[in-house]
Design a protein around this ligand. Structure first.
Ligand code: F6P
Length: 334
């Protein structure tokens, strides 16, 4: 068979390992094609035959060697027609789509329309794909966010300031929550738990009076600003960290600073957890291909790797809830 592999959406540490491992397994019996630039690579017919040897030297780095994009081939019917034509011409039997909910939604739609067989692998630093406890890239991003936050903390302590760290995550507060727990931040703001800024300021003032510095972790998605949207209709987020730091200065007279690690937490080499997760997901995806079990996404559930229909995942974000929300409230309920 001719098997295509693509990565779509924001890059995430561990993608290269997933692509490499899958290629290494698949090439024993089939032809492997890298689809460059995510779904755009189908529309532009950018596919390249690859071997695991081609991918090995970059397998353990961050980023995605086969490139990515946020292209939605079903944006309108004209584009959907071009997409269907391109898939037919390329003659791929299966496409393994490694991505977040947007990329996976395209895989589900392509399968439903009978254009090509698909298998999904969930990745995103946001950890917000429904149906899986972890996505490739989240663990590395959290470790990087912790590293940045700990460095920031030393200067907050020295200058006796209030610090705000803004982390990515879109509508899900996972990165902020895990960073806050791991650094025992004084307050964490997540989209799942809206709070009044005045109540936060009051809490921070008390904390500051006690220890002469304070740390807040805020998830970018607690506030949306006007700005461009991507092809899936998502706004570009970011900026709330500075606004919150300014608000704290204005209302308390304390000196405050914000840092926004932004894309830096997305770019480093994958942690052990993300490496093993990528290997396990790729191995399961290979199993799905050999068994002809299409339209499935591989998932991590309670330590095991399973497969679930991609359609189950669509339109549903995995947000901070249940046990994790209770843990949040243990420290930061207002
Ligand atoms: O979805 C992953 C993510 O890193 C989000 O956390 C963030 O809002 C977004 O991508 C940033 O996208 P871009 O790389 O296009 O700026």
């Amino acid at each position: 068979m001719r098997i295509g592999i693509l990565t779509g959406g924001g890059d995430a540490p561990g993608l290269n390992i997933a692509v490499y491992t899958l290629t290494k397994l698949v090439e024993k019996r089939h032809e492997v094609y890298a689809i460059l630039h995510g779904w755009r690579g189908i529309l532009n017919r950018e596919i390249r035959r690859v071997s695991s040897r081609d991918l090995l030297d970059f397998a353990f780095t961050g980023g995605t060697y086969i490139k990515t994009s946020r292209t939605n081939p079903f944006k309108d019917e004209a584009r959907a027609e071009q997409f269907a034509k391109a898939i037919k011409e390329l003659g791929l039997d299966v496409i393994v789509a490694i991505g977040g909910d947007d990329t996976l939604s395209v895989a589900a739609e392509a399968q439903a329309r009978g254009l090509v067989n698909t298998v999904g692998i969930p990745k995103t630093i946001d950890n917000d794909v429904y149906g899986t406890d972890y996505t490739i890239g989240f663990d590395t991003a959290v470790n990087e966010a912790i590293r940045v936050t700990e460095s920031f903390k030393t200067t907050l302590i020295s200058h006796e300031r209030v610090g705000v760290v803004e982390v990515m995550g879109r509508e899900a507060g996972w990165i902020a929550l895990f960073t806050g727990l791991a650094t025992m931040a004084d307050f964490v703001l997540i989209p799942e738990k809206p709070v009044s800024w005045d109540a936060v300021v009051k809490r921070i003032k008390e904390t500051y009076d006690n220890k002469r510095w304070a740390l807040i972790v805020v998830s970018e998605g607690i506030k949306e600003y006007e700005g461009p949207k991507d092809e899936f209709g998502h706004s570009r987020l970011g900026g709330v960290g500075n606004e919150l730091a300014n608000y704290i200065e204005k209302t308390t007279g304390l000196e405050a600073r914000a840092v926004i690690p932004g894309h830096i937490i997305r770019g480093s080499a994958p942690t052990a957890f993300d490496r093993i997760l990528a290997v396990r997901f790729a191995t399961e995806a290979y199993g799905a291909i050999e068994e002809g079990d299409y339209g499935k996404m591989v998932a991590y559930k309670g330590g095991d790797i399973t497969r679930i229909p991609i359609t189950e995942v669509l339109g549903r974000n995995r947000l901070v809830s249940g046990y994790w929300l209770r843990l949040y409230e243990t420290f930061w309920a207002i």
